[in-house]
Design a protein around this ligand. Structure first.
Ligand code: ZN
Length: 410
């Protein structure tokens, strides 16, 4: 997500001029805690000459030390679906401006031992040149599918979760130099728009450009699902960036900020068990309130957190945006467990869960219609209608007004 403009300085200037000396002192003291980037050993990638090596076949990709060509990427996603038809299917979120596919692999266990499965979403590389997450997501698909039935923890995770993985949300940016290479990738889409500055702003600032096709498709896709937890994967830095991006924590604190800190800490600490140098270039903890790092508007994170009651985290996974191919495996080895564990966090939202059997009403008003299976959930800020008519009896999680409302259908 990092952009060369020094936004921290911009935010600092704005704080000084608009909020006065008190906030100035707060900002200075917050900045004083952040070490200079050179206070830690250089990231491995800066020690080696860069080489972007492409895989031209699925077999070459499966050595996991190369980036896929566009054709290999699409073929690999299709092969996952073909090879594991009881565990996954391939969804098309939409098309890029140049007609490339924006894909999502939907994965869940084949067991029917759980009636309800909350929906999780990983999405990567909205900035086309931030490639680490693209690679990690492909490998995560491969690992989840191959481990089902042999790994007890992954089998359990898949049997209780619907996992949607979109490895590449800006394919035109990644394959700007043509389908055969990612070496010429850039940040923007084919219309030179930064897709992470193009979402409707919850707080009233219209984006500079009209809503781009890639983002329109993404919004439609999210509206078709009930994702409770998600992450958007970036590169260029190493930090967990939690909501809000539009505000400093002093200006407006996210209602789940303490939960975000716990989740982010677990992610970072899990990675550091493998490589203690990771996630140190922005804050010593490895996580930060987005706006405290630098304020942005029209980003995806705030849009989905605010409008869709999803909890979306921005993960900055490597200081180098285009990792040398031979380092990709190193990042997988360091981060795979944390990426898997983050999915499981969807089962630990309990501190904010509101449990409402449909036959009762508590602080939320729930109007069940048992004959048609339709319910309406009304809160002071929102009214949502859901049709559970064709779903089996069981427990469902419904995102309403920033909370996951647990609804039981009898
Ligand atoms: Zn980015």
């Amino acid at each position: 997500m990092f952009f060369p403009l020094n936004k921290k300085n911009v935010a600092l200037w704005r704080n000084v001029t608009t909020l006065g000396l008190f906030l100035f002192l707060v900002t200075i003291s917050a900045n004083a805690q952040a070490p200079r980037p050179d206070a830690f050993p250089p990231a491995p990638d800066t020690l080696e000459p860069k080489a972007v090596v492409m895989a031209n076949t699925i077999e070459e990709m499966l050595t996991w030390d190369k980036y896929p060509t566009y054709d290999v990427y699409v073929a690999m996603m299709q092969q996952f679906a073909d090879s594991f038809p009881t565990l996954c299917y391939l969804d098309t979120i939409g098309l890029s401006i140049q007609g490339r596919l924006i894909l999502s692999l939907a994965i869940t266990g084949s067991s029917d031992n759980d009636l309800y499965r909350p929906q999780f979403f990983y999405s990567s590389t909205i900035h086309g040149d931030e490639l680490t997450g693209f690679y990690l997501m492909l490998r995560l698909c491969d690992t989840l599918l191959r481990s089902y039935g042999s790994s007890e923890s992954i089998t359990k995770l898949l049997d209780r979760t619907r996992i949607y993985i979109n490895p590449l949300s800006n394919p035109d940016g990644t394959y700007r130099g043509g389908d055969s290479t990612v070496a010429l990738s850039w940040r923007f889409n084919a219309d030179s728009v930064d897709l992470n500055r193009n979402y409707p702003d919850p707080f009233g600032t219209p984006p500079l450009d009209s809503l781009q096709p890639e983002n329109k498709a993404m919004i439609d896709y999210v509206e078709q699902h009930h994702f409770l937890l998600s992450a958007n994967l970036h590169g260029g830095s190493e930090v967990m960036n939690y909501p809000w991006d539009s505000f400093t924590s002093f200006e407006r604190l996210n209602e789940y900020s303490s939960w975000w800190k716990q989740v982010s800490k677990r992610f970072v600490d899990t990675c550091r068990l493998r490589n203690n140098r990771l996630f140190r270039n922005v804050s010593p903890t490895g996580y930060i309130n987005g706006g405290d790092w630098y304020v942005i508007h029209n980003g995806r994170q705030d849009y989905f957190n605010y409008y869709h009651n999803m909890r979306e985290l921005t993960m900055e996974l490597s200081i180098s945006k285009k990792l040398s191919s031979h380092l990709l495996n190193h990042y997988w080895q360091s981060q795979a467990q944390a990426l898997i564990n983050y999915i499981d966090e969807i089962h630990h939202l309990d501190d904010t869960l509101v449990s409402i059997p449909t036959r009762q009403a508590t602080s939320f008003k729930v109007y069940p219609n048992p004959t048609r299976g339709k319910i309406t959930v009304t809160t002071p800020h929102a009214q949502r209608h859901y049709d559970l008519g064709d779903r089996p009896a069981g427990v469902y999680f419904i995102p309403v007004d920033g909370k996951a409302v647990k609804v039981i259908k009898y």
